[in-house]
Design a protein around this ligand. Structure first.
Ligand code: CA
Length: 223
């Protein structure tokens, strides 16, 4: 059984060797490029199902590589970041990455995230349903939000999935672990910050959205 081809763009050979081993054991074929330029070329040649993209690359860096990928492709991209501070950069710049892991990460965790990303991209709902909470209309078909004063906002894919999940559970307090599991699709690995960062982005884009922080527990959308 083949899980398909995964493209790894990473300049550290040890990481590439380790991941090749792990992904092959899981039934994937891993193709490795050691620079952004080589990676972009490999993307065209091989049409991988997922791209694993290191941020710190020689030549053009991972942020720019991700932008160029997004200019012509919807392939899921998981960023590999060396520092915590780079997470804000990825999310803040909205370069269109689907997920990220912070080094050092366990190959097992990365494999789990790749599977989650693949599952999600296959499960995209086709019919449109609109969930309305406190005057915010969350449209799962168009993947956009209409605010009470009729402004249409299009969050990134992950921000939207998070908002939709909160909207479908209107008034309920959801823990960060629950949200990670439901929206990111993998078991909780300890990065609750991921949820906080995405909530922050949603509040920035939808300034009046009634997503309440419930201290020590999680978040609630609507009353
Ligand atoms: Ca690197």
């Amino acid at each position: 059984m083949s899980g398909g081809t995964i493209l790894l763009i990473e300049d550290e050979v040890e990481i590439a060797d380790l991941l090749t081993l792990y992904f092959e054991r899981e039934g994937f074929r891993l193709t490795h490029a050691d620079s952004g330029e080589a990676g972009l070329q490999r993307l065209e040649e091989r049409s991988p199902r997922v791209v694993l993209l290191d941020i710190g690359l020689p030549g053009i860096d991972g942020v720019e590589v991700c932008r160029r990928i997004r200019a012509g492709s919807d392939v899921p991209v998981i960023m590999l970041t060396a520092r915590d501070s780079e997470i804000d950069k990825i999310v803040g710049l909205e370069i269109g990455a689907d997920d990220y892991v912070t080094k050092p990460f366990s190959p097992r965790e990365l494999v789990a995230r790749v599977k989650a990303v693949l599952r999600r991209s296959e499960e995209r709902p086709t019919q449109s349903t609109v969930v309305e909470v406190a005057g915010f209309a969350v449209d799962s078909g168009r993947r956009e939000v209409t605010t009470p004063n009729s402004t249409v906002v299009r969050p990134t894919a992950r921000e939207f999935d998070l908002l939709l999940y909160l909207a479908r559970h209107e008034g309920l307090v959801l823990s960060r672990a629950q949200l990670l599991e439901a929206v990111w699709g993998y078991d909780y690995f300890g990065e609750t910050r991921t949820v906080d960062v995405h909530i922050r982005q949603l509040r920035k884009k939808l300034p009046d959205v009634p997503i309440e922080t419930v201290w020590g527990v999680g978040y609630r959308f609507g009353s």
